[in-house]
Design a protein. Structure first.
Length: 281
């Protein structure tokens, strides 16, 4: 059986999986991500992979997604949520396991999952959007990653006479800042949406501002990249029942859909990237 090794390296957990050509997971291991120590962080990845056993020796390629800025050769500039920087992950994996290895941003991995597996693979293009603590984005056309910007959350928009990065006001954490600018104190995005459900007058004002900013951002991305659909995920989507229809109307003609693969998008997307790279060798 032909396999690739897929990695999903997050701020909380590091996941490693053996995946076949039909994107069936044949083995998976999960360990807590080691934070704040680059060498221990790398060794933890190695240990997670080794737990998969002897089949690792037969994989065609290794690929993984990480929550940070990645150079073309798989060198990671920084992982802020992990507390490490200047990490040569791809070259470390190649030296350790003697397999071609590739590292990309986690949003890029996720969009490859959405574009190659499941509901949205029939579309010619899809843009993955995650809205959690921050905001990430990535674009794929015909199942292949194309140049866009996974830093789209740093797009600058005007609000109340000043300029702000989009994610500073519209991410899960951003909603707390957006609320504070109007004199509303909330502990979390979930608490904010509970106030909206309860028809709190001030919360509704902030909510309409948030929808307006979000719609403007989606229209900008739609004009720049014209994906057939945006696939949304992240912590804020846990409250989608409150806002998704209002956002769809405001963001038209951008097409907003829910991420089909959920938490598996990054892992399966890394597998898709590994297969794409293996087939080119």
């Amino acid at each position: 059986m032909e396999l690739v090794l897929a990695l999903d390296i997050g701020g909380t957990n590091t996941r490693a999986a053996l995946v076949d050509r039909d994107y069936h997971i044949k083995g998976i291991e999960i360990r807590p991500t080691v934070r704040g120590d680059r060498e221990a962080f790398l060794q933890n990845i190695r240990k997670t992979v080794e737990m998969l056993g002897d089949d690792v020796k037969e994989v065609k390629a290794i690929a993984g997604g990480v929550p940070g800025r990645v150079r073309y050769d798989g060198y990671v500039y920084a992982l802020p949520n992990v507390g490490v920087s200047e990490i040569p992950i791809a070259s470390y994996l190649e030296k350790t396991f003697k397999k071609p290895s590739y590292i990309i941003n986690d949003a890029e991995a996720a969009v490859l999952g959405e574009a190659n597996i499941g509901t949205w693979k029939s579309l010619s293009s899809v843009m993955f959007i995650t809205v959690s603590t921050g905001v990430g984005a990535a674009l794929a056309r015909h199942g292949v990653l194309v140049s866009s910007s996974y830093e789209a959350g740093h797009t600058v928009l005007p609000y109340q006479g000043k300029l702000y990065e989009f994610e500073h006001l519209c991410s899960g954490e951003g909603l707390k800042r957006l609320s504070a600018l109007s004199g509303l104190a909330v502990e979390s995005a979930r608490d904010f949406f509970q106030l909206v459900k309860g028809k709190n007058e001030l919360a509704l004002k902030v909510y309409h501002d948030w929808i307006g900013l979000f719609a403007k951002w989606f229209k900008m991305l739609n004009a720049a990249f014209a994906p057939e659909a945006f696939a949304l995920t992240g912590g804020v989507m846990k409250s989608e029942d409150v806002f998704i229809e209002d956002l769809r109307k405001a963001a038209s003609p951008a097409r907003l859909e829910k991420c089909a693969l959920g938490q598996e998008a990054g892992l399966l997307g890394a597998a898709a990237y590994a297969w794409q790279k293996a087939e080119k060798r």
